[in-house]
Design a binder for this molecule. Sequence first.
Ligand SMILES: Nc1ncnc2c1ncn2[C@@H]1O[C@H](COP(=O)(O)OP(=O)(O)O)[C@@H](O)[C@H]1O
Ligand SMILES: [Mg+2]
Length: 191
Amino acid sequence: MADIEGLLPDPVPDHPLLRGRREIGRGESTIVLEADTVDGLERVFKVLSSPTDYAYYTAPDRPTGRHFPLVYADHGTFGRSSRGFPFHIVEVERLYPLPGHGEAAEVATKLSTSYFDACMMWRNLAQDMGRIALHHLNVTPMGWSEAVHDSLKALEVFSNEYGALPDLIKADNLMMRKDGTLVFSDPVFME
Ligand SMILES: Nc1ncnc2c1ncn2[C@@H]1O[C@H](COP(=O)(O)OP(=O)(O)O)[C@@H](O)[C@H]1O
Ligand SMILES: [Mg+2]
């Protein structure tokens, strides 16, 4: 399969849980497939090939709360991706792209632009830039709601703890629930 715009080129691993499931998303290191709806709540299987993403979704001290994805199950590892890491299959709540307008979209835009500006401010720090930029967002009064501010702080702790780099710039890493709540779907990547 061609490597389109840096997307993970791998076929969906041939695992019984994933067979016949519709692919609804793909990134540099993840494939997202439709899972069953349980008690009226839609779920997806995230097939993760980044150890950082796996930690973000399953570590006992991973960030949780209003703005973090709900995780239903860790279905273990299966095979290995072309990125060189085992695939992990994790069952997560289904999220949706942010619309062009509305409260969640406005907060997401402010997060991305403030984070980008902070990265520019700290760009001489090279590989520490992202983490310092996130710290900057936390310590500079920017009018975040308490829940968003708490989430940013939790993300900073996670990034430091797990050597993860924040990525709040790519638009589709921030998503929302059907009810419009902003969710940090994929805010970190591997060093
Ligand atoms: N919980 C989810 N529900 C529905 N679609 C999702 C979900 N998480 C991610 N996606 C979709 O799949 C794409 C890839 O997922 P992402 O977690 O960003 O992977 P990567 O780490 O490879 O960037 C996203 O851009 C988004 O469109
Ligand atoms: Mg992503």
